[in-house]
Design a protein around this ligand. Structure first.
Ligand code: PEP
Ligand code: MN
Length: 362
């Protein structure tokens, strides 16, 4: 299926917009629901691309698995009535083919697909030379290499452009978020692929409406390029992801409440002050590294001492004591318990590794 030059230009121009706002239902359910959602989104004047799940990869069987190709003409009609370009999730070569037949403007690879290199490759092959933008969601598990691999596979297909969507990472058990944001992974991905746009999907991170605003704000503060927010004309009655969807009007309210900050300002004075503060941070970071290195050297000495006395590396009671004391101090120093726990665990693991090497050396 050929896309006309005009289409290519317009979707490309749309994708350049910052912030780029993608919204629409988790799933296309009926023609009315999809078209009315699209009309109400377009009326806000704040949405750039209409999203809709046509094929839904569900974790469990017997759940609504999407309306399927039957929904594609509805999407095309929604575009015709609103002028909004459309985006769908694709997981197989056939779905790519069907989506292209109905002039879908952007496709995205879902989190459950990014984890599977066979599926990603199948999509990449189906997209070979097709000048369509492709967005790649992070894999459901916190494995950066899978995300990188998907970007590499799709990029090799010479598609029009590749972008990233951060939708959080699944974890076992009850957590505040449906999918833990693990911002550092998205930030690392941004660092590795400076040229790729990064969209945040607060809906799938939060899994519930009341958290959407703060996650969207955080993404904006971290200089993400846009947001993908699920919306529905009657969120409570949605067939999928009801708890996280909001009305088109509430998408507009959420966007209005965001404080949009600039990445940079031109004033020389601002840069001078910022530079001074950064120098101080660099200096402290250097000192921290020196101190950590010294700490590891002492840990190694302890390793030798333990080895000579045939004592185990890990002494749980001592470790607990370190943690308890650090938590107490951290509170006074205004450092969060979560950060101190992660920091000390990382330092402790590094110590153990150093000691392990010493103890097992001939
Ligand atoms: C979706 O966007 O509706 C979806 C299924 O998302 P994810 O792949 O992030 O779970
Ligand atoms: Mn969804």
């Amino acid at each position: 299926m050929e896309t006309s030059t005009q289409d290519i230009l317009s979707i490309h121009q749309t994708l350049e917009k910052r912030p780029l706002i993608i919204s629409g239902p988790c799933s296309a359910e009926t023609e009315d629901q999809l078209i009315n959602t699209a009309i109400r989104l377009a009326q806000t004047g704040k949405v750039d691309i209409l999203r809709a799940g046509i094929w839904k990869p569900r974790t469990r069987p017997d759940m609504f698995e999407g309306i399927g190709a039957k929904g594609l003409p509805w999407l095309k009609e929604a575009k015709k009535q609103t002028g909004l370009p459309t985006a769908v999730e694709v997981a197989t070569a056939k779905q790519v083919e069907d989506a292209l037949m109905f002039d879908v403007d952007v496709v995205w690879v879902g989190a459950r697909t990014t984890v599977n290199p066979f599926s990603v490759q199948e999509i990449a092959t189906a997209l070979k030379g097709v000048k369509i933008p492709v967005l790649i969601k992070n894999p459901i598990n916190a494995d950066l290499d899978l995300w990188v691999g998907a970007v590499e596979r799709i990029s090799k297909s010479d598609v029009a452009s590749v972008g990233l969507i951060h939708r959080g990472f699944s974890s076992y058990g009850n957590t505040t978020y449906r999918n833990a944001p693990m911002w550092h992974l998205a930030i690392e991905m941004k660092r590795r692929f400076l040229d790729l746009m990064m969209i945040n999907d607060p809906s799938h991170i939060c899994g519930r409406r009341d958290l959407l605003q703060e996650i969207a704000q955080k993404a904006v503060d971290l200089d993400f390029d846009g947001l993908m927010i699920e919306s529905h004309i009657d969120p409570d009655q949605a067939w999928t992801d009801a708890k996280q969807q909001i009305t088109p009007e509430n998408v507009a309210t959420l966007l209005d409440a965001i404080i949009w900050r600039k990445e940079d300002v031109v004033s020389e004075e601002f840069h001078a002050v910022l530079e001074q503060l950064r120098q101080r941070i660099n200096h402290l970071d250097d000192e921290l590294l020196q101190l950590l290195s010294q700490r590891m050297k002492i840990a190694e000495e302890i390793g030798i001492y333990k080895k000579n006395n045939q004592v185990t590396i890990l002494q749980t009671s001592r470790w607990n004591q370190i943690l308890e004391e650090a938590y107490a101090k951290a509170e006074k120093l205004k450092l969060s318990k979560e950060f101190i726990s992660r920091y000390l665990n990382a330092v402790h693991m590094e110590s153990i590794n150093h000691q392990n090497e010493i103890m097992n050396k001939e």
